[in-house]
Design a protein around this ligand. Structure first.
Ligand code: ATP
Length: 237
């Protein structure tokens, strides 16, 4: 998984439940693309069909979440929504998604985006520590995590992991067994989450500027279904 100028541009992948997509997701996609520069041709947002790590209660139907992601991506030519996870049965494992990507685009380098807490728990994911065979990681700090925390987490997951100079400016980088690199990008984390959007929506409060207008229109057009699903989560608490 080398990064050279002669290599064809890779692709960044942002997985998530997008229940619903919000401005934190969109800014993350924009900033990662800018930071990776010529290393990637674009970013794919990949809505999760059956989240292995999250309760299904309160999850909007896949179709609705994917339509919202598509609507948010519509005016950004480098941003796509990939519905690949809806094509499989059972839990939507990242391992399987990346295998599907590599089969569809052999020779492309993939950059899987995730927050630092998720990176630290990769050993709990299905074949999580093997993922560097399939992709690089772009790790974004959360909860005040620093580059030192990131390197320590990488060494806990992979004792053979070793820091190396990054091709990206001011970015910590670790080489992982299997061939992938993990890049630590110090991007700001906007204080917005899908859970908070759901809580505000159910309380009848205003979610303008937290959810892109294109997704908000779809939420409003489907307000009964949205309420019905999101209420299930609050009733389960
Ligand atoms: P929930 O509140 O339902 O747990 P969420 O807001 O964390 O959801 P997800 O769809 O689970 O949204 O997240 C998809 C991806 O976006 C993950 O990699 C997550 O770390 C990242 N992400 C979520 N919120 C933000 C944010 N505010 N800023 C940057 N990245 C974010």
């Amino acid at each position: 998984m080398t990064e050279t100028a002669s290599h064809p541009p890779g692709r960044a992948i942002l997985g998530g439940s997008f229940n619903p997509p919000h401005v934190g997701h969109m800014r993350l996609a924009i900033e990662v693309r800018e930071a990776l520069g010529g290393l990637v041709q674009g970013v794919d947002m990949v809505p999760c069909a059956v989240p292995p790590h999250k309760a299904q209660q309160g999850m909007l139907p896949f179709e609705l979440r994917a339509r919202m992601v598509e609507a948010c991506a519509a005016n950004l030519p480098w941003l796509r929504c990939n519905r690949v996870e809806a094509l499989r049965q059972g839990p939507s494992f990242t391992w399987d998604t990346l295998c599907a990507y590599r089969e569809a685009e052999p020779g492309t380098d993939f950059y899987f985006i995730l927050g630092s807490p998720d990176f630290a728990t990769l050993s709990t994911w299905h074949r999580g520590v093997e993922l560097p065979r399939l992709c690089n990681f772009v790790v974004v700090p959360r909860r005040g995590h620093t580059a030192e925390n990131f390197i320590a987490a990488a060494k806990t997951l992979w004792p053979q992991a070793h820091p190396r100079p990054s091709v990206l400016p001011s970015c910590a980088c670790v080489a992982l067994p299997g061939g992938g690199l993990a890049h630590f990008l110090s991007l700001p984390w906007l204080a917005v989450s899908a859970s908070r959007v759901r809580q505000l929506w159910l309380a009848g409060r205003n979610v303008d500027f937290l959810v892109p207008d294109a997704a908000l229109r779809i939420l409003r057009e489907n307000s009964q279904t949205v309420r019905q699903h999101w209420l299930k989560e609050s009733l389960a608490c």
